[in-house]
Design a protein. Structure first.
Length: 158
C-alpha cells in the first residue's frame, strides 16, 4: 500500500448536530479532530490519554493515542455540510482545543491540517472514500484501499 489515508467525519459522539458541523469547524480553523471532552484541559498528550481512559474508557483512549501518533503529512478526508469532500494533510502535533467553537461542535482533540483550497466533488473523490462516508460512523478511520491511496496522492499533487 502507498500513503495511508483516513476518513475524518469530525462528528462528536456526545451530541446530535447536523452532519458537517464539526467538519465546518475544522475546515474554517485548519484542523482535523475528534471528540471526547475532558473535565479539565490536559497538560499534554499523556495526561489526555489517561483522562480519556478514566472518563470515556480504554477504546476511546486507544483511539486518541492512535490519532496523536499519526505522522505529519498523513492524508485526511472530511465531508462538509454541503456533501462535498475535502482533502488535507496533517501539519502539526496533537493539542487540546477548549475554545467556544470546539465546545459547540464537540471536537477537542485536534491537529493542524493543510486543506486543499477547493472541495472535491462526487465525480473526483475515490470511490472507497465515498463508501466509507456512506457507511456512516463518527470515528477517525483508516481507509485500506490501494487505488484510493493513489487517487488521493494524485488529487493532492494536482
Amino acid at each position: 500500500m502507498g500513503e495511508p489515508i483516513y476518513r475524518a467525519p469530525m462528528r462528536a459522539r456526545d451530541r446530535d448536530l447536523p452532519e458537517g458541523a464539526g467538519a465546518t469547524y475544522g475546515l474554517e480553523n485548519g484542523l482535523v479532530g475528534t471528540g471526547d471532552a475532558l473535565e479539565q484541559p490536559p497538560d499534554g498528550i499523556d495526561h489526555a490519554i489517561e483522562a480519556t481512559r478514566a472518563a470515556h474508557g480504554h477504546k476511546a483512549a486507544r483511539m486518541l493515542e492512535r490519532f496523536a501518533d499519526l505522522p505529519e503529512g498523513t492524508f485526511v478526508w472530511t465531508r462538509g455540510p454541503d456533501g462535498d469532500f475535502h482533502l488535507g494533510r496533517i501539519a502539526g502535533p496533537w493539542r487540546y482545543d477548549d475554545s467556544p467553537g470546539a465546545r459547540a461542535v464537540g471536537i477537542h482533540h485536534v491537529r493542524a491540517v493543510r486543506w486543499l483550497d477547493h472541495a472535491i466533488g462526487d465525480r473526483e473523490v475515490p470511490p472507497a472514500i465515498a463508501a466509507t462516508f456512506a457507511r456512516g460512523g463518527r470515528n477517525l478511520q483508516r481507509t485500506h484501499d490501494a487505488e484510493a491511496e493513489r487517487e488521493t496522492v494524485a488529487l493532492w499533487t494536482g
